[in-house]
Design a protein around this ligand. Structure first.
Ligand SMILES: [Zn+2]
Length: 324
């Protein structure tokens, strides 16, 4: 298990102080954009509460800590979709509820970790609501959601909200150090900008060689416009890295192309380091073209976010690249 990330420390201290003042709620809803380590934060918090020798953090040595590290703590209930992209079903919440009731007589905490909470289907959310209204014994519910707007308001209102954020300076320091350790190119600033300052997303971009991929893609688009290549992009090759990175890339580039048409200042471009290429590509088409592309990309991103099954990735990527 990861330790606490440096950008999480202010929120960690706030939680510790609430705990020390005995003001810990029965349910925490941990939110914020992806790439800030919400799950790790929740796991750290569970480990801290279970720890037999805790100070400002969990000791990492006691029996409880060892169980947490091994992922076998008997008082931690993990509720996640049975299959990636599917819903959390009512049976899973009922099973958790039975478990919590059976063990509610034990001295320590019982913790349920529900991630992502927005995957709860309607019946499961209703069952959870009953637990939130009358939590049995010393129970803490940790809900994680990157889109809390998708949760029923009745569930949200019974949780204390914990939006995680990351300061730019702290993220930059952490990412630069990670890139160095991993022997990756030192471009923390550019990566953070593309990742909307979510450090774990920026690291993922670096590990996927995102900037190299972006430069390849831009070079290909420009070659097509200069008649030096056919419009058939090497989609099969691209898909080896998964479709999401390419859709995100196209989105980031298209948004910049629109910014150029709107005469936005160059330092506000996300891909500022590729300004000459972007300028050539932007004015190869009128602004209405790029607006249509952005709409198509927004829909593609939504489809990926909702884990729409039967999505033909190759077809999706081809249909987007044809516009570039
Ligand atoms: Zn411990």
């Amino acid at each position: 298990m990861e330790t606490l990330y440096p950008w999480q420390e202010p929120q960690w201290r706030r939680l510790i102080s609430q705990h020390q003042q005995n003001r810990l709620p029965h349910a925490l809803l941990i939110t914020g954009q992806t790439g800030l380590g919400q799950l790790e934060f929740a796991e750290q918090w569970a480990q801290y509460l279970f720890c037999e020798k805790r100070t400002e953090t969990a000791c990492g040595q006691c029996r409880s800590c060892r169980w947490m590290v091994a992922g076998t703590h008997p008082d931690l209930w993990r509720v996640t979709p049975e299959e990636a992209g599917k819903n959390i079903k009512i049976d899973q919440i009922r099973e958790m509820q039975r478990g919590l009731h059976q063990t509610a007589q034990r001295a320590g905490y019982q913790i349920a970790l529900i991630a992502p909470a927005d995957a709860l289907n309607k019946a499961a959310a209703n069952a959870l609501l009953k637990i939130l209204e009358e939590p049995p014994g010393k129970v803490l519910l940790l809900l994680i959601s990157h889109q809390p707007g998708a949760l029923p308001a009745t569930v949200v209102s019974r949780c204390q909200q914990w939006p995680l954020t990351a300061s730019e300076a702290v993220s930059r320091r952490w990412l630069a150090a990670r890139l160095q350790t991993l022997g990756l190119p030192a471009n923390a600033d550019q990566l953070l900008k593309i990742a909307e300052y979510a450090p774990l997303c920026a690291l993922e971009l670096a590990q996927n060689h995102y900037l190299t991929a972006r430069d390849q893609l831009l070079a290909h688009c420009l070659a097509v416009h200069q008649g030096k290549a056919t419009s058939l992009a090497p989609v099969t090759e691209y898909l080896k890295q998964g479709v999401k990175i390419w859709v995100d890339l196209l989105f980031s580039i298209t948004a910049d192309l629109l910014r150029l048409h709107l005469k936005v200042k160059a330092d506000l471009l996300v891909n500022q380091d590729s300004l000459p290429q972007l300028q050539r590509l932007a004015f190869a088409y009128p602004i209405t073209h790029w607006l249509n592309v952005l709409t198509a990309l927004t829909q593609a991103r939504q489809a990926l976010l909702n884990h729409q099954i039967h999505l033909n990735e190759q077809l999706l990527l081809e249909s987007l690249l044809i516009f570039m």
